[in-house]
Design a protein around this ligand. Structure first.
Ligand code: TPP
Length: 331
């Protein structure tokens, strides 16, 4: 058992609520046509991202997925950065060159969540190996969806992590669907964690909607990795409560499945835990929600004040060496 302090219990709520409220604001911005490109939500999966990321320490590095905005917030990403990035503003991490949450900051310990289907497993292995060669004791964590666990890239990456006994935690977010494909149509095992045996890695299943359980299982894995015990695979059983992205109305998901998972909402259930444990009362939770809403108002105002990038700067920061005479490269 891992003991949590009162403040840690509150932090876990804060980051889940911040994630959801931030994504709700992004949905409004999307409908106002202010978001450039797609919008990907993590509704229903906030506990997995927040609980696991919260187990890391300063210096550790994680590789999030589009469903792991919560993990990035735990690592210190600011809502204003996320707003600016989605709205392609100059002040965003990629200065309008790339979209949604594709930003990275190794100082704060997160690399850019591209929509990888397993490819970042090897990258995270490389980070852990590099740190080992530099005698730095860090832990890396990589998130993969259920669909991604069926790719060759996933297999090669996990195998390498196992063989090198790297301090890497592989979090499999089993959210029922890969785009519109239910897990049973792309994978013959019921529990993805069965794959861990094939690699010789210890594996644990966790209720991905229980933030404390996610924290505990990740914390034990992180501690073990830091002491030289090697990698762990975690299967977080959760559900994607919205379509793949904003354009997808998920009509292929049976309604009763959604009804069932609605009763397991990670935030609603955790509110009850906090009240039962006498950590926060209902009015204190409401107060915290209001503070988060005000904070997001302020962050959005900052983001909206950021200009769009100057078109003349388009080629800056895209390649390592700026292309001086772009027209000479045209046919
Ligand atoms: C090689 C490759 N094929 C297809 C895609 C398009 N794509 C992006 S995410 C995704 C589904 C991923 O499903 P899963 O791994 O289960 O993650 P989830 O979206 O459910 O979190 C697909 C097909 C891609 N990014 N890369």
């Amino acid at each position: 058992m891992v003991e949590l302090t009162k403040q840690q219990y509150i932090d876990l709520y804060y980051y889940m609520r911040l994630t959801r409220s931030l994504e709700e604001r992004l949905t409004i911005l999307f409908r106002q046509n202010k978001v450039i490109g797609g919008l990907y939500r993590s509704l229903g999966q906030e506990a997995t991202a927040v609980g696991t990321a919260y187990a890391l320490s300063k210096g550790d590095i994680l590789s999030p997925l589009i469903r792991d905005l919560g993990a990035m917030l735990v690592r210190g990403a600011l809502p204003r950065e996320i707003f600016m990035q989605y709205m392609a503003r100059e002040g965003g991490g990629s200065r309008g060159r790339d979209l949604n949450i594709h930003i990275a900051d190794l100082e704060r310990g997160f690399i850019g969540p591209i929509s990888h289907l397993g490819d970042m497993v090897s990258v995270t292995a490389g980070l852990a190996l590099g740190a080992r060669l530099k005698a730095k004791n860090i832990v890396t964590m990589v998130y993969v969806g259920d669909g991604a666990t069926s790719t060759g890239a996933f297999h090669e990456g996990v195998n390498l992590i196992a063989v090198l006994n790297l301090p890497t935690i592989i979090v499999m977010e089993h959210n029922g669907y890969a785009f519109s494909t239910p897990t049973e149509q792309q994978c013959a095992v019921r529990d993805l964690i069965e794959k861990a045996k094939a690699y010789g890695i210890p594996g644990y299943i966790v209720d991905g909607n229980d933030v404390v359980a996610c924290y505990e299982v990740a914390r034990q894995a992180v501690d073990r990795a830091r002491q030289g015990g090697g990698p762990t695979m975690i299967e977080a059983k959760t559900f994607r409560m919205l379509g793949h992205a904003q354009h997808d109305d998920q009509r292929y998901v049976p309604k009763d499945l959604l009804e069932y998972w609605k009763t397991k909402d990670p935030i609603d259930n955790y509110k009850r835990v906090l009240e039962q444990k006498d950590i926060l009362k209902s009015d204190e939770l409401d107060q915290l929600d209001r503070r988060i809403a005000e904070y997001l108002d302020e962050e959005l105002a900052i983001a909206e004040a950021s200009p769009f990038p100057d078109p003349a700067s388009l080629l800056e920061g895209v390649y390592k060496e700026p292309i001086r005479n772009a027209s000479s490269h045209l046919p």
